[in-house]
Design a protein around this ligand. Structure first.
Ligand SMILES: [Zn+2]
Ligand SMILES: [Zn+2]
Length: 420
């Protein structure tokens, strides 16, 4: 019997894992600097958490969720996005405590599961790095999360990332805009793509982010939500723009950014990496002032983003940002006969106990083969132990970079290699 990995998912192999670890480390370091703390939520949640918050009409809920019934008959869904689980945990564990004004800043690095048609940069299991700042309606917090995302792209060498910004309003102003939008689209419904024709009745805002050329031609002409915001939403948007200016962050107003999820209010944004073609969106987010209440908590505002790590790594590759050869490290202990082999096992153990990366060639091959092995495996040094060395109480240390060899007393070997 031969098994293959399911369609649309990847193995991350040892040769590739270095770039993942670098990205994750960079993200963690930045989050710490901005004082976001890590949260790890389960890989599955009650299905209702997603269907009721993301929206019955969203692509995610309509066709992309991995939903299953467990043996107890409960409907569960693999993490379909990062925000709702974080908000659920925020409420359930009372992370805000008694201080209802307290801003709780959280981050996660987690797999996301979507039954999507596999294509470049889109997988059925992908990984997101995200933050959620819950507890403040101050637009400077929106600017802070945007600033953090941009700092991460910078850290990853993606210099040319554009912030595209919009406001999707709130329950006070969005409904009136939706009516205006429907009136403006009314004469053109037949010209819209089949998806948008369906959206016209059920979720007309989503028509704005359809990328079909026919739909774009029509939506370029319609009134903009930014021009119809209520006073509160307009003030918030102006506050955000002012904070971005203070931080020196450039942005492009884009009325097509509505995000695919129902819970967004006010701020909506996306990050676009130029030079990537059609799959140029490498992250996005927005404000969700109604979500905590919708999930059963006290009314509490929030804002956050999610960044697809696969997209970021693909962008690095597309832009020719080489990962570079990993630095040589560690010690191969090469034994030349049976007596030396016993000594080699002891020395390897001593090195490891001293915190030094060390290994043996268990195939017990010739010195020549072992040196070739040490070279291809990227060891910094090979310790050679043969009959002569044992007799003299020494080891020979070979620098794998330069080929230089140095004789060292056996008793000093660990100390010598510690400083190698
Ligand atoms: Zn509003
Ligand atoms: Zn369309």
């Amino acid at each position: 019997m031969r098994y293959r990995r399911p369609r649309g998912v990847n193995d991350i192999l040892p040769d590739e894992v270095g770039q993942w670890q670098r990205a994750e480390t960079a993200f963690r370091r930045l989050c710490k600097r901005y004082r976001y703390r890590e949260i790890r939520t389960p890989v599955f949640e009650q299905t209702g958490l997603f269907t009721r918050t993301v929206g019955e009409e969203s692509d995610i809920v309509r066709k992309e969720m991995y939903t299953f019934e467990d043996k107890g008959g409960h409907s569960l869904t693999l993490r379909a996005e990062g925000t709702a689980p974080t908000v659920r945990a925020f409420i359930e564990n009372n992370l805000q405590g008694q201080d209802r004004e307290r801003l709780v800043k959280l981050y996660y690095i987690a797999p996301i599961f979507r039954y999507d048609r596999p294509q470049a940069g889109r997988y059925r299991q992908h990984h997101q790095a995200g933050v959620e700042a819950i507890g403040s309606s101050n637009p400077a917090v929106d600017a802070e999360v945007i600033d953090l995302a941009l700092a991460f792209y910078q850290e990853m060498g993606l210099e040319d990332v554009q912030l595209r910004l919009n406001s999707v309003g709130c329950p006070k102003c969005t409904p009136a805009y939706v009516e205006t939008l429907k009136a403006a689209l009314g004469a053109h419904v037949e010209e819209l793509c089949p998806d948008c024709q369906r959206r016209y009745e059920r979720n007309p805002l989503r028509i704005l982010d359809c990328k079909q050329p026919a739909c774009r031609r029509i939506t370029e002409q319609v009134p903009k939500l930014l021009d119809m915001l209520c006073d509160e939403c307009r003030e918030h948007f102006e506050g955000l723009v002012a904070a971005l200016d203070l931080l020196g962050i450039e942005y492009v107003l884009d009325p097509h950014i509505v995000r695919g999820l129902d819970y967004y209010t006010k701020t909506a944004f996306e990050f676009v990496c130029k030079g990537l073609g059609a799959q140029d969106s490498i992250g996005g987010g927005g404000r969700y002032d109604g979500l905590v209440e919708q999930c059963g908590g006290e009314p509490t505002p929030g804002v956050g983003f999610g960044i697809g790590l696969e997209r970021v790594l693909l962008a690095r590759k597309a832009l020719g940002l080489e990962e570079g050869e990993p630095a040589r490290e560690g010690v191969l202990v090469a034994a030349l006969n049976d007596e030396a082999w016993a000594e080699a096992i002891k020395l390897t153990s001593e090195l490891r106990d001293a915190g030094i990366i060390a290994d043996l060639d268990y195939r017990r091959r010739s010195l020549r083969s072992q040196l070739r092995f040490a070279n291809s495996e990227g060891f910094a040094a090979t310790v050679i132990l043969g009959e002569d060395e044992l007799a003299k109480g020494v080891v020979v240390v070979r620098n794998m970079q330069t080929g230089e060899q140095q004789q060292v007393a056996r008793t000093d070997a660990v100390e010598y290699l510690r400083n190698f």
